[in-house]
Design a binder for this molecule. Sequence first.
Ligand code: NAD
Length: 448
Amino acid sequence: MSLRITVIGTGYLGATHAACMAELGFEVLGLDTDPKKVEQLSAGILPFHEPGLPELLKKHTTTGRLRFTTSYEEAGAWGDVHFIAVGTPQKAGDHAADMTYVDNATTALAANITKNALIVGKSTVPVGTARRLQELVKSVAKTSVNVELLWNPEFLREGFAVHDTLTPDRLVVGGGTVEAVATLRRVYASALSLDTPFITTDLETAELVKVAANAFLATKISFINAFAEVTEHAGGDIRVLADAIGLDKRIGRRFLNAGVGFGGGCLPKDIRALQARVSELGLDRTMRFLSEVDEINLRRRERVVHLATEILGELDGRTIAVLGVAFKPNSDDVRDSPALDVAAQLYNAGADVSIYDPEAMNNARARFPRLNYADSMDDALRGSHLTILLTEWEEFTSLVPQQLEALVESNSIIDGRNVLDPQTWTERGWRFESLGRRSESVLISSSQ
Ligand code: NAD
């Protein structure tokens, strides 16, 4: 018999997982406590930007294979495998993760399950959560049904979420009886047929794999950004340095792009939650390096504001065009976005900030309504004294000076992502600044 799948929490992760499970042929019911989201998704409208996902949503809501609800009663009675994909944001005023949503979702679901079923956690959680939830499930589930809880962390990247869900590079499953793991193998049969590694382990390892991966990636970015600070002071070109060390296969070139740093709904809060959790375990020093990783990352934002001040003399009353506010290209996510943070810092320092982003305008406006949101890139650039590139959308990385010259007031640009060719700009008489390269070293290295 075909498995019926529910996905609890239909945000970036859950909506993607639900639509991809439908694409794999399963009947899927997505559940969210936000009725507006459920209404939109039911109508085949994706409330966020994710390439390839609108098509899957439309396709499967039309056939009825994919439905959405706010009812735990319906989900609990219907599903065989329930994925938990609700948020685990940072707590206000604390580094720890806010587990309210996971706890509420698990309690409501378990209490409403009326047939034998699996609960499979996908949210990123502090180690120890799954074992605690097992007890919670035991205490609220009906005694007439057998409900097992496993953990199956998610590694998808926003911008590539459909690809990563349909063809993940690995699957990690923590806990579960042999039968439960076999059921999960049926869910992932398509990926397994492509020889995707399927790693079964205990609950704690599964939880830790996810946060360890994110901590490693954050560290790699801050590592190169720390060297960017050095080259800014000592001379040198961070891109050449990254290329050269990246050729060492033990190091690898990916995640070594110096720039304004990492952000989004995962890396920043995950490294903070990991520190908080490890401190709770009495290991205060163990993850302390991650607070340095965090600080290096946040200092890069200050560096952009410092460069802007250096170029403009003062920010008050000066017009700055900010290109990009999403935390990364191909996403409209502005959670902890370095770009939006820089824009807000410039605004708070008195600058007249005009923003353009191909997809993230609405989300950014909802967070910082007082910034100017331009209708087009040209509108953002018109009359600006300084242009700052902060998200590497393709339409920005392919910019050439001639495109801007008829619009801007002054030929000054900060490349906050190190994606433009410095020589092209400086040869046209632009003041060109970037992160990790002094302007004079830019000239030397780019002419080699
Ligand atoms: P999100 O905020 O986009 O979505 C969370 C959803 O859960 C929201 O729609 C919210 O309304 C819903 N929700 C909250 N409480 C609920 C409840 N009790 N019952 C049902 N629905 C409820 O968050 P996200 O980015 O999708 O992240 C979800 C989890 O996945 C987090 O733990 C995150 O760390 C992890 N994760 C996210 C990504 C990513 O790229 N976004 C990747 C891997 C892992």
